[in-house]
Design a protein around this ligand. Sequence first.
Ligand code: AMP
Length: 381
Amino acid sequence: MMSFTSLGLSPSLLRTLAANNFTQPFPIQQQAIPAILNRKDVLGIAQTGSGKTASYVLPVLMNLQGSTTTKNRHVNALVLVPTRELAVQVREVFQMFGSKLPEPIKSLAVYGGVSINPQMIALQNVNVLVATPGRLLELVESNAVHLSDIETLVLDEADKMLNLGFKEEMNRIFALLPKKRQNLLFSATLSEDINQINQFLLHDPLVIKIEAPKDNIELINQLGYFVPEEKKGPLLRYIIKHNELKQVLVFTSSVYKADNVADKLRKNGIDAIAIHSKKSQGARTKALSKFKAGELQVLVTTDLLARGIDIEFLPCVINYELPRSPKDYIHRIGRTGRAESPGDAISLVTPEDKHHFKIIQKKMGKWVTMIDSEGIDLKGH
Ligand code: AMP
């Protein structure tokens, strides 16, 4: 059995790992940690849940020990991420391990949608910066941070950064970095675009490919309801009440729908909050932590926000609206099958969705049991 001890990490990191019940390294960690410690470039094809964050956080912290810059506002490691949520999450992992080191490593997350001044002030003596591209460029432009001493660049969920249209901003950032540095690129998929970045950015990288655990699908109880559009609201409430669901993540395909669904749930006495890109950062963070703590029954959201957010032991996911891509469907429902705890994934399928849902099932390689909602008494819901 492989242990963290054999990977070349310091006693202080080993203690923090043990204290957080990281008993054994995940496959991506077994491969990435020694390579990153050797200052090699890495291309990691891995999803959220694979342990990819710790696979770079641990060795990057090790490499920074004793070699952090003393020049003010010159950071040593830069992690680019697509969303504010991921920025906060990654920074937490740096903080968890970095703050306990004999020479603590200071990390900070910066992202848009909140005022820039506190971030400018907080950038004093930061070693590791976790940033979304747009806000990083703003901070560079106002001389709040300098990128000329970067030793290691990490791109996390690079595929999503490209999907969200960060390509041009990423290129502007690359141009600001010193030529000699270590590059770590993580992406859920290896697309043509990612390969281009790989060719341009990485030198002789170690390529690590972690297959999405297919077995997960087998752990999920999938169920579909045929339902006409106008009955979706009552059916959703019926499902939540009838099954006494305590913690449900509901997906919609638009911001408008997310608000609408949450409003209707609340009007019917079900505790629900919608989070999406139009909500303030404060409101999102608050709703998410309430939901994680089990103090919020229903969280309604869109795909954009939900990716990359790691919620353990999520018992139920409901697709109020189906995602366009089968990949997103698998991604959504995959949140329930984590950590060996089986969960439920329920999809509301309108007559117009029927064909599309067939395609999703075909791609997934699994047929979903369907119930016709016509046989359900929705009165009072
Ligand atoms: P990630 O893919 O980085 O989002 O990590 C997924 C989850 O696995 C996070 O909640 C981590 O805290 C947890 N995790 C990562 N590595 C380990 C490990 N070696 N042992 C136990 N839990 C881990």
